[in-house]
Every structure is written in C-alpha cells, then in structure tokens.
Design a protein around this ligand. Structure first.
Ligand SMILES: [Zn+2]
Ligand SMILES: [Zn+2]
Ligand SMILES: [Zn+2]
Length: 286
C-alpha cells in the first residue's frame, strides 16, 4: 500500500536546531506545526522507507509505527539519514518474526556495512550475529542498475554530495505499481552532467528535491542546492522531457536559514516549469 508521507523535511540540524536562537528556530519552538522540521525521511509505502535517520523515534510516534516496514533504502551514510541504532530496535522487536529488515546501500556506501561487521564498538559488535540470525540483511545497489524491492522498481543515480565513507549519494528513481514514477533526490548537490544525461530517458511524475539552502542565493554546488539551483535543475529536466506538464516538484531537506512562510514566497516567485510545493513534516503525496 502506497503511503508517500514526509516523516521529516529538515536538513541535518533540524528546525528548531538545538543550539540555535535564530528567528526561524524561535518561531518553530513557539508555533510548531509546519514551522518545525525533523530530519529528512520518507515513508514510501507500508513496507518501504527512504532513509531512517536521527528523528525516527519521534516521527514514528506522530505518524504511526513502522512495524510493517521490511525495506529501508539509504540515500547516503550521513547521520541525519542513517541511524544504525534502529537496527538494534529491529533486533528487539522483530527477532521472533519471519524475514529480516532489509537495508540497501549504493556502491561505495556499502563500505559502512563492512565497517559495522568488523568493528566491535558499533552496536555492541552484534551486526554479524543479527545477519546470521536473519534479523537484518544488507544489499548493495549499483548506480544505473534497476532492482525490484517488493512491488516497486528502484534505480539509483549518482548524486554530487559525499557521505561519511566518501561515497556519492544515491538519488532514487522509483517506479510505482500504479505506473507513476517518483524521484527522491536528497543531498544531491548540483546535479552531475552524467546524472542529467542518464535521466534524459526517464519521465518523472513526482520529483522530490533537496532545497537545503532554502531561499538563500548562496550555493554549495558540490554539496547542496538552494531554491535557485533547484529551479534551474527542474527547467533543465523539463526541457529534456524528464519532467512534464503534469509533474509536481516537492522541496524538502530545508535548513534553518529559511522559515516556512519565506519558503512559500520564494517558491511562488521563482520560474519553476511545473507545480512546485514546499513540503512539511507529515505531508502525504500518494
Ligand atoms: Zn542530509
Ligand atoms: Zn536557527
Ligand atoms: Zn548529507
């Protein structure tokens, strides 16, 4: 069953950020609701999560437990997207159940699994035992290679942002069972030419993009994008037919320099080629 819910829409610091008293964080503490953003994470379906990061406990408290989830697709190994402790929780909660919790890492990101397997300081050195007991299973995906996960097909593309083991991020193209395609492009940086080229042969209906630098015109090309970069990108993808008139763009992974109202104004004022929505925690799109 498709769910398509943003469990979190912030950048790494969260909003309100714990050590910050800026106006955006102050407003989030006071008003909560859409002004608050937890670390980015997306529930694609009852069975599939995209990332399971630093705020998973409070997200599951608010949006429902993830008991039914069997697959977690990891975009990259930064801590705001990947919380290894959740595997410990899976061990306690799922050990009497059939089938492991499957984690997917793309290309070099799989080095993180090797690190866990070999390091007894990580998760009490239990990772090999959990794999042996069938509590968790790790899978390595490859850029450009299409893989079936439950009832969807997943193809990762190379992002322009480096994770904790020096890997490039995985930007996921997901073919949904109803025929639509969803793209989850978080921590992408400004797209690599090879990724734009590879997307030329795909049509994307639902396009989720990082907009880490928010409405700011500051740009971090090899790390993150702001709204101007996302606008340029979506125009490029529209011109080459990857996005079409009925596509929708959602902006997420937004840092604490831009508040929600300011994001709405910025999104409305930019020349996006298709409908563009500022995501917020709890928003459902499928
Ligand atoms: Zn991030
Ligand atoms: Zn702040
Ligand atoms: Zn990152």
């Amino acid at each position: 069953m498709l769910i398509g819910q943003f469990f979190g829409t912030s950048a790494a610091e969260g909003i309100p950020a714990p050590f910050c008293q800026c106006e955006v964080c102050r407003q989030a503490r006071e008003k909560k609701g859409v002004y608050r953003r937890r670390r980015s994470c997306f529930r694609l379906s009852d069975k599939i999560m995209l990332d399971l990061g630093a705020d998973a406990v409070s997200q599951c408290e608010e949006y429902g437990d993830i008991t039914a989830v069997d697959h977690v697709l990891i975009t990259h190994t930064h801590d705001d997207h990947l919380n290894p402790h959740m595997m410990m929780e899976a061990f306690w909660s799922r050990k009497d159940r059939d089938g492991p919790l499957h984690y997917y890492f793309t290309d070099q990101a799989f080095d993180m699994v090797r690190h866990w397997r070999e390091n007894e300081w990580i998760l009490k050195g239990k990772v090999p035992e959990w794999e042996h007991d069938g509590v968790v299973a790790f899978h390595q995906l490859h850029y450009g290679q299409r893989t079936q996960v439950e009832d969807v097909f997943v193809t990762p593309f190379r992002g322009n942002h480096k994770g904790n083991v020096g890997e490039n991020t995985a930007l996921y193209l997901i073919e949904l069972p109803d025929g639509r395609s969803l793209f989850y492009g978080l921590d992408s940086g400004r797209y690599l030419p090879e990724t734009i080229e590879a997307l030329r042969e795909h049509r994307i209906d639902l396009f989720i993009s990082e907009c880490t630098a928010g409405a700011s015109t500051i740009s971090y090309p090899g790390t993150h994008m702001g709204i101007r970069d996302v606008c340029d990108l979506t125009n490029t993808l529209y011109r080459q037919g990857t996005l079409h008139d009925d596509s929708t763009v959602w902006l997420t992974h937004i840092n604490h320099r831009t508040g929600h109202d300011q994001m709405l104004k910025a999104a409305a004022s930019m020349p996006f080629p298709v409908k563009t929505v500022v995501a917020f925690d709890g928003l459902r799109i499928l």
